[in-house]
Design a protein around this ligand. Structure first.
Ligand SMILES: O=C(O)CCC(=O)C(=O)O
Length: 349
């Protein structure tokens, strides 16, 4: 009788559901562990520019990050981008600057007014480059400022500086067989931080001034980052010139990971304990190769601000990476976390 009851309960849908979920959790943890055992947490270091074949075999094909020294030594920008030069060249030009009260753009943020959590986008304003540079050099400003526009900003807003760097990373272009899609110019200081996210691009990220620290997680550790969908809001100025969050109308939600990988709250995000975050410091003159879909958080440090230029190359959509990552996201979100579909958008989220 007792055995029969047990057998019956085992066939009840909610019990089956729990068992399936338990098996899935176990399987996903094995996947993460196996990848970690095979790859470790090593980041390759090159003290010279690698050949295209070396780059392809050792980094692009296995999807492993690398730090390369000496790749941008020949750029005029390396020594030539002094404050004086930048003022002469682009000082009067209007540039787009992102601002948030806490220095975190595109981040999960608790709105103190409504008590709700939003995916918060920064307040974007235009200002002359000279005024922005004054802030980077220490002039007081109420909020952090970050020149971090990502629509190939170097070739649009900063096109007077284009000649000071290479139009592509030649050995990387040859390894991949295509030209970069976008070249971005970044200028910020330690008050601004980029939260954990991933991009559908192969990324060659060169630091021209200061230091950037990346916390990296491979796409397989996607299981660990508790991605979820949140309503969106944008920072706007209120009547007193203070930043406040304004929810976006409509029902659109944006997926994002709420975990801070440098200081994870393991009670709220227990799956993060299976992750093995890799911290990489990229110094002036160095370049980071960041493979597509690797999750990354970025902080920066430098006395006169931190300048970087990065090249985004489209990933190879025919490789197994894209459908695998999409599948992993859907599996974790819809089956394990009982969430709505995260959507097909695999953009810069
Ligand atoms: O430098 C930063 O703050 C962010 C860089 C980044 O997220 C990227 O290059 O994809």
């Amino acid at each position: 009788m007792f055995t029969n009851e047990l057998n019956q309960s085992a066939t009840l849908p909610h019990v089956q559901d729990c068992q399936t979920k338990h098996k899935l959790h176990k399987a996903l943890r094995s996947l993460v562990r196996e990848y970690q055992e095979l790859n470790g947490t090593e980041v390759k270091k090159y003290d010279h520019t690698p050949t295209p074949l070396q780059m392809y075999r050792e980094c692009i094909s296995p999807g492993r990050p690398a730090v390369i020294t000496g790749a941008i030594d020949h750029w005029y920008a390396r020594k030539g981008w002094t404050n004086e030069y930048l003022r002469n060249r682009i000082g009067d030009q209007m540039i787009t600057v992102a601002s948030t009260p806490n220095g975190l753009a595109d981040a999960l943020t608790l709105d103190p007014v409504s008590g709700k959590e939003y995916f918060a986008m920064p307040y974007e304003k235009k200002m002359p480059f000279n005024d922005f540079l004054d802030i980077m050099l220490g002039e007081e400003s109420e909020y952090p400022h970050y020149a971090s526009l990502q629509n190939s900003s170097l070739t649009t807003e900063y096109k007077s500086l284009v000649e000071d760097v290479d139009p592509d990373i030649p050995w990387f272009t040859e390894a991949l067989g295509r030209e970069p899609d976008a070249i971005n110019f970044w200028f910020g200081d330690s008050r601004s931080k980029t939260c954990l996210h991933k991009d559908p691009y192969e990324n060659c990220y060169a630091v021209v001034r200061g230091t950037k620290t990346f916390v990296l997680l491979p796409p397989i550790e996607y299981y660990c980052v508790h991605e979820s969908s949140f309503p969106c809001a944008t920072y706007v100025l209120d009547a007193n010139g203070k930043l406040k969050l304004e929810p976006l109308s409509g029902t659109m939600k944006t997926p994002c990971s709420p975990v801070d990988p440098s200081n994870p709250d393991l009670e709220r995000f227990p799956r993060f304990r299976y992750a093995k975050p890799i911290t990489v410091t990229v110094r002036e003159g160095e370049m980071l190769y960041l493979p597509a879909f690797w999750m990354h958080q970025v902080t920066q440090d430098g006395e006169e601000g931190v300048i970087a230029v990065n090249y985004w190359y489209d990933l190879d959509y025919q490789s197994i990476l894209y459908p695998t990552v999409s599948h992993l996201r859907r599996l974790v979100a819809s089956v394990l976390d009982d969430q709505e579909d995260l959507g097909e958008s695999d953009g810069e989220d």
